[in-house]
Design a protein around this ligand. Structure first.
Ligand SMILES: Cc1cc2nc3c(=O)[nH]c(=O)nc-3n(C[C@H](O)[C@H](O)[C@H](O)COP(=O)(O)OP(=O)(O)OC[C@H]3O[C@@H](n4cnc5c(N)ncnc54)[C@H](O)[C@@H]3O)c2cc1C
Length: 394
């Protein structure tokens, strides 16, 4: 008798798991809450879908059990990902920092291809089918949907996290895990924007500038990153901010950012540049004089003075390279790309991702407490979990 396998969640992890199980001739049903499968793949990387990274290693994971992450990456490294995408027909290209994107630069095209493989393998795909609860009946699981119950000999939970609510997320994975005795480790948003109440920051809304950001926990420097910084009407966004957010969430004291708004020019050279421009100070108004060097909307953030002389230009250069901004909080999970935290991965068998507490119950992907950096590491982990769970069925 073929065993019935039900996968909860038709996202990155669930779809790839379904393909590998069906190739091994398993009877698979994927149950997806939304009318559209894998919405997070579709929105990922601003729609361009950064699917993996050429330089992937354990170092790119900020949280989660090392044994589990290593097991997933050893079974599915970058070369395996390349082979998988080629065999599925997903053409890709490698961009800056080893980031890998589909050649189409479209997450939607990736999802379409995964679904067509699943259909050709006769996997049952149930869209618009929210899993409300799961029970155990003897050796089987009973998966409760709105209008029916599915029986499963094996249950694979890859229902993702509660990050980015607009794509229709639920906390069913955490609920199932708790029900079967698993521990959930601090759920908090990561790869997320920052709120700060400084009105001068809000007034600079719309300015995007390449910067170096250092995160301070009191006096202690926790992290430094370079990248785009975007001023908004609630605080700060941009890639450098998203990268900093995990470290901000770890801070114990008051958190502040020290921002170098011109990281590609040294303090000394900036003073020299200003010194050279001093001869123009009686012709140009202050805003035009400084607005030729930094965006005008940032002027009030870096100086209150309108005096230009040998001393004031040194202060100005210092402030541009050392802008301090107090962080009030991270934005909440509805804006976050991922949740750092989730089902305790130490309670999951690293070789198969089967629960150490309940036989035939598996957890994979972002529902676990594993959190990767930005750069393709989270999708890679989700794909890798899907494959490992499928291989573990033999
Ligand atoms: C805006 C944004 C941009 C991102 N960009 C990138 C990127 O470029 N690169 C990268 O590596 N990562 C990126 N990520 C993170 C990445 O998308 C996730 O880590 C990854 O999709 C997790 O895969 P998963 O299969 O574990 O979960 P998901 O992809 O979230 O899939 C879970 C599925 O389960 C379904 N589900 C939930 N509850 C139920 C229920 N009760 N019943 C039935 N189905 C349910 C969901 O609808 C969903 O389809 C981004 C995330 C966001 C939000």
């Amino acid at each position: 008798m073929k065993k019935d396998i039900v996968i909860v969640g038709g996202g990155a992890c669930g779809l790839v798991c379904g393909i590998f199980l069906a190739k091994k001739n398993k009877n698979v049903t994927i149950v997806e809450k939304n009318p559209t499968f894998a919405k997070k793949i579709i929105v990922s990387g601003n729609g361009r879908c950064n699917i993996t990274n050429e330089n992937i290693s354990l170092k790119n994971y900020l949280k989660g059990d090392k044994e589990v992450i290593n097991s997933v990456l050893n079974n599915f490294g970058f070369n395996d990902a390349k082979r998988l995408f080629s065999s599925l027909g997903i053409e890709f290209k490698i961009g800056e920092d080893g980031r890998v994107f589909p050649l189409s630069l479209s997450g939607r095209s990736v999802v379409e291809i995964l679904l067509e493989h699943l259909k050709s393998l006769n996997v049952t795909l149930l869209a618009n089918s929210e899993v409300l609860d799961v029970d155990k009946n003897g050796k089987s699981f009973l998966v409760e949907l709105k209008d029916k119950k599915l029986k499963a000999d094996k249950l694979i939970v890859c229902s993702g996290s509660t990050a980015y609510k607009s794509v229709g997320v639920t906390d069913i994975g955490y609920k199932i895990a708790k029900k079967f005795g698993h521990n959930i480790i601090d759920i908090y948003p990561s790869l997320v924007q920052i709120e700060c109440s400084d009105r001068l920051v809000h007034r600079a809304s719309g300015v995007k500038i390449y910067s170096k950001i250092s995160v301070y926990d009191g006096e202690k420097k926790l992290y430094e990153s370079k990248g785009d910084l975007l001023f908004t009407n609630y605080g700060l966004s941009g890639l450098a901010v998203l990268d900093s957010s995990f470290y901000i969430s770890q801070a114990k004291d008051e958190v502040s950012l020290k921002i170098d708004l011109m990281p590609d020019i040294s303090y000394k050279d900036l003073v020299l540049l200003f010194d050279k421009r001093l001869k123009l100070k009686d012709i140009l108004g202050y805003e035009s004089w400084l607005g030729a060097v930094i965006p005008k909307k940032l002027i009030s953030l870096v100086t209150r003075s309108r005096v230009l002389n040998k001393k004031s230009i040194k202060d100005l250069a210092y402030n541009i390279k050392n802008l301090k901004i107090k962080v009030d909080s991270l934005r909440d999970e509805k804006y976050a790309e991922i949740i750092a935290g989730g089902i305790d991965s130490r309670e999951i068998d690293s070789k198969t991702l089967e629960s150490k507490k309940v036989k035939n119950l598996y957890f994979g992907g972002e529902v676990l407490d594993v959190a990767g950096e930005r750069g393709g590491y989270n999708l890679h982990f989700a794909f890798g979990c899907g494959i490992l769970m499928a291989l573990g069925q033999f």
